[in-house]
Design a protein around this ligand. Sequence first.
Ligand code: SAH
Length: 204
Amino acid sequence: MTTPSWDWAYAEDGRAPWDIGRPQPAFLRLAGSGLLTGRVLDAGCGTGEHALLAASFGADDAVGIDISPRAIELARAKAAVRGVKARFQVGDALNLPDLGLTCDTIIDSGLFHVFDDVGRARYVESLAAVLRPGGTCYLMCFSDRQPGSFGPRRVTQDELRAAFRGGWTVVSIVADAFDLNPGAYGATSAHAWRAAIYRAQAGD
Ligand code: SAH
């Protein structure tokens, strides 16, 4: 299976519906609560706002990976302009062990919901291979409460729980929202689920 490059989404800087030029408010709140700590991996980082956010809030190491070389170029440029120490690398979230690192915290803002059922299973395995036991994945995806058919596949709470069974504990799933670029999708926000998912460790 080859993974599409997604460069099309970044052909015009800042035009992708999700590429709002600032962190999603949901992740800003998580950062403010001190939860983006240790080595933080932003999976499907796009132009890097959440890895940059983690770095600015004192993560030991903030790494963003994305399948789109164009997105990674844009993310690196932001890091340079803002003087923030985050690292960006082209990579496939379905093959995270290729990165050769383990992390304490994972950020997924809008990646899980791009995968089909087979991709979801591979993605969750891939996450488990790089997130240390005792680490947490903070994931935000389009919710089934979002009407219309624009944008990505809607995800139900049950689907999230089913994807992360065995070796994971879904600590919370709460209703939240994605901010969107005005005009894109004809909406400025979309209903989302924000989940905190803990990777079990021996002795839990
Ligand atoms: N997290 C970013 C981008 C969300 S859009 C943000 O909040 O702005 C989904 C992103 O996932 C896109 O940047 C796309 O290029 C990336 N992506 C899609 N499939 C991927 C894969 N298999 N591996 C890594 N990144 C992927």
